[in-house]
Ligand binder design. Structure first.
Ligand code: AMP
Length: 408
């Protein structure tokens, strides 16, 4: 069965086509700049979106007119069936579409087949995820119109965290704010945490339900999850993906009174500027002044004090959550690193793990240095009481698997 996975953003569509249940990837790609005026894109002709399509060893970059998501999805589907980019002969071979949806609120606890009621829930949850849920919904509506014969499935970033206990998900605010307005921690990156937890259990040779794990998804967005007996019991992101660790451009945790102070003194003019400050101008970019890419910061950290500070702060926060989650779990079977930084950045992993022998984690510097993207494995010594594992994440593969299970 062919399963098409879509991750729809406000001006982009990321996609992968899988042959299931083998999870064989036939094609993947990204259409960017949907609906953007050509004048804003100096290097491209007016009105053009850019499709980067990969299949096998091939890679194509195509300029296309895509004034909206419908036109964008049409282009992508055409690329799958016609010309040199084609990987299948007929779109009717696609039997199911899996959609990544960021927020399912409290109502949705697992992947679901999409119907009008599910669409309505996603729409309601847009209040909690105003940047992400509306474009996710556009993707769903477009795919339902363009591929009407397919089973459409929604897989939610929040779903894996539906097992958080109340003591972990409530904020210490007046309880009415939770009861009336659903203000609580939801957690995100759930598909990634669940995937690497499942893979970790496999590597450990134990059922997931017997595993206590700490999973660290460190990419441009970053979150950590404490997993007890296979279930998420705490996670670092909150009501939105802003809470917790320091990220590429997001602040993560801070004293909420800072926000009051900034507004009261007029140092940010309004709520929109505050939102931009916290989500776009902070984190690694805000501290370093050199942008949000960890590779750039590490290249400059010997000579640039702000770059060094950003890297050290990032590692400090991960260590802080790691210590907290070790205490929450009591027994930990493994610490797992994933995401662009977690999978590749041996320096950062060393800064996080060095000196933790008293807590049972003994880093193996050679294994750590040799472990980069695509290579799962342990980076601790064989004597380490708690192994640390690097496991490349595969959110799209996981979405395809959930979609296949519901569609078959
Ligand atoms: P992701 O969001 O998971 O794709 O991760 C993206 C981030 O991973 C980038 O912004 C980089 O900061 C980081 N990254 C990717 N490769 C490396 C690497 N080799 N060393 C350090 N950081 C990396």
């Amino acid at each position: 069965m062919l399963v098409f996975v879509i991750n729809c953003g406000s001006s982009s569509i990321k996609y992968q086509l899988f042959d299931m249940p083998a999870r064989r990837q036939l094609a993947r790609g990204l259409l960017e700049r949907i609906g953007e005026a050509g004048s804003a894109v100096l290097t491209h002709r007016a009105g053009s979106a850019v499709l980067t399509h990969r299949a096998g060893e091939g890679k194509w970059i195509l300029e296309l007119d895509a004034p909206d998501h419908r036109a964008g999805l049409d282009h992508i589907l055409r690329a799958l069936v016609s010309g040199e980019t084609a990987v299948i002969d007929d779109l009717s071979r696609i039997r199911a579409v899996g959609h990544r949806v960021v927020h399912g609120g409290e109502e949705i606890r697992e992947a679901v087949v999409i119907d009008d009621a599910v669409e309505a829930v996603i729409e309601r949850c847009a209040e909690l995820a105003p940047v992400h849920n509306p474009p996710n919904l556009v993707g769903i509506r477009t795919a339902r119109a363009v591929l009407p014969g397919c089973t459409q499935v929604a897989v939610f970033d929040t779903a894996f965290h539906h097992t958080l206990p109340k003591k972990a998900y409530l904020y210490a605010l007046p309880l009415e704010l939770y009861e009336r307005h659903h203000i609580r921690k939801y957690g995100f990156h759930g598909t990634s945490h669940e995937y690497v937890a499942t893979e970790a259990a496999r590597l450990l040779g134990k059922p997931l339900l017997a595993c206590n794990l700490i999973t660290c998804h460190l990419g441009n967005g970053c979150s950590m999850t404490a997993i007890e007996a296979g279930r998420s019991v705490d996670t670092s992101m909150g009501m939105t993906p802003l809470q917790g660790l320091m990220m590429g451009t997001r602040s993560g945790d801070l004293d909420p009174a800072v926000l009051v102070h900034l507004l009261r003194n007029g140092w940010v003019s309004d709520v929109a500027e505050l939102d931009r400050l916290l989500n776009r101008r902070s984190g690694l970019a805000g501290i370093s002044g050199l942008g949000n890419d960890m590779r750039t910061l590490e290249e400059h950290m010997e000579t640039n004090e702000r770059a060094r500070l950003a890297v050290e702060m990032f590692a400090h926060r991960v260590r802080f959550y790691l210590g907290g989650y070790l205490a929450l779990l009591g027994r930990c079977d493994a610490v797992v690193f994933t995401g662009g930084i977690g999978e590749n950045d041996s320096l950062l992993r060393r800064l996080v793990l060095e000196g933790l022998e008293p807590l049972g984690l003994s880093l193996d510097p050679e294994k750590n240095a040799a472990t980069v993207r695509g290579k799962p494995g342990a980076i601790t010594t064989s004597a380490s009481r708690v192994p640390a594992l690097v496991i490349p994440t595969d959110e799209e593969g996981m979405i395809a698997a959930s979609t296949y299970e519901l569609a078959k």
